[in-house]
Design a binder for this molecule. Structure first.
Ligand code: ASP
Length: 326
């Protein structure tokens, strides 16, 4: 069997970061170029051929629609190219879940697309970047990787883009999956899938947005007033994601203001500020015109809502159907 041919799209982040000292706390993300990174990777001697392309070299806090569009274009080209087997994206971990989920929603799942990052800069003691990258290569080159949507590799876990979230601010085990945990366990020598492919041969679910609509996230808290909502509506929000209390709750006046917003055709999604758990539909959602985020946390709920609105899907029942689909 020939070595897998992998396109590596580099965007920066800590995996390309440097501190200038193995023990320094602060560092700069996005310092090492992809050519240098791949030269170092070549010393690991894994059975894969790489082509590196530098898309950006930045802190992922600054990633947004322009880079997302660029990534989508490059990956679409790679999916159409019979000489390319799979794509790896190196990415900062802070917004990796948003980029991964957006690509998951807007690309076919016929070839593996794998995001990978690191929690420690490349020159730190115990740097995790090269190992995570080796694990990502294992996942991207595996014949059973297609049909699982976009994947995210961190530590020795492979997570699906829909489930992955950054759950800790520091440390190499910062990512978790909900409701599913890891879909595979990886190490530089081997890979084990924990479940069969669930999206085999699937076409892209949605068109990539030609424009990203204004969809703010409203963080709920005790003592919050309706003014928090009316400001967002006056500023032109097309949708609002509530990072609600508990299972998607808010103070009465905030809930009423959100129902008013829904009556003005602002799509309102109830998610939660709690780390994990389902936000399910409740009886008042029909009357209020609300959508329940189900397993999606606020950041990913916002991405899905932007994609839906950009695709012309704004009816709460249709939006709910998209949120309920795994
Ligand atoms: N601030 C960095 C970034 O997201 C953090 C990281 O990559 O871990 O680019």
């Amino acid at each position: 069997m020939r070595d897998a041919s992998i396109l590596v799209l580099a965007t920066g982040g800590t995996i390309a970061g440097q501190a200038g000292s193995a023990t320094r706390r602060d560092y700069r993300p996005g310092q090492i170029d992809i050519g240098t990174f791949l030269k170092e990777f070549a010393t690991l001697d894994l059975p894969a051929r790489m082509e590196g392309r530098q898309i950006a070299n930045i802190d992922s806090a600054n990633i947004g629609p322009a880079i997302w569009r660029d990534l989508h274009d490059h990956i679409s080209g790679a999916i159409a190219d019979p000489a390319c087997d799979s794509v790896i994206i190196t990415h900062g971990t802070d917004t990796a879940e948003e980029t991964a989920f957006l690509l998951d929603l807007t690309l076919p799942s016929t070839k593996p697309v794998v995001l990978v990052g690191a929690m420690r800069p490349a020159d730190a003691v115990g740097a995790d970047g090269l190992r995570n990258f080796a694990n990502a290569v294992r996942a991207a080159a595996d014949p059973e990787a297609p049909g699982r949507g976009v994947l995210l590799v961190m530590g020795d876990q492979v997570l699906s883009a829909r489930d992955a979230r950054k759950a800790k601010t520091t440390g190499s085990g910062a990512f978790e999956g909900f409701p599913r945990g890891a879909v595979a366990l990886a190490n530089p020598a081997s890979l084990d899938w924990l479940q069969p492919q669930w999206r085999l041969g699937e076409a892209a679910r949605w068109n990539f947005p030609s424009e990203f609509p204004e969809v703010p996230i409203l963080y709920a808290y005790a003592g919050q007033t309706a003014r928090n909502v009316t400001c967002l509506v006056e500023a032109g929000a097309k949708g609002i994601v509530l990072a609600g209390l508990g299972d998607g709750n808010a103070p009465d006046e905030v809930r009423e203001a959100l129902a008013d917003a829904a009556r003005q055709d602002v799509v309102v999604v109830r998610a939660t500020r709690v780390d994990e758990g389902l936000v399910d539909r409740e009886p008042q959602d029909d009357a209020n015109g609300f959508v329940a985020a189900r397993a999606l946390g606020p950041a990913k709920a916002r991405i899905l809502l932007q994609v839906l609105i950009a695709n012309g899907v704004t009816d709460p029942a249709a939006v709910q159907e998209a949120f309920s689909k795994r």
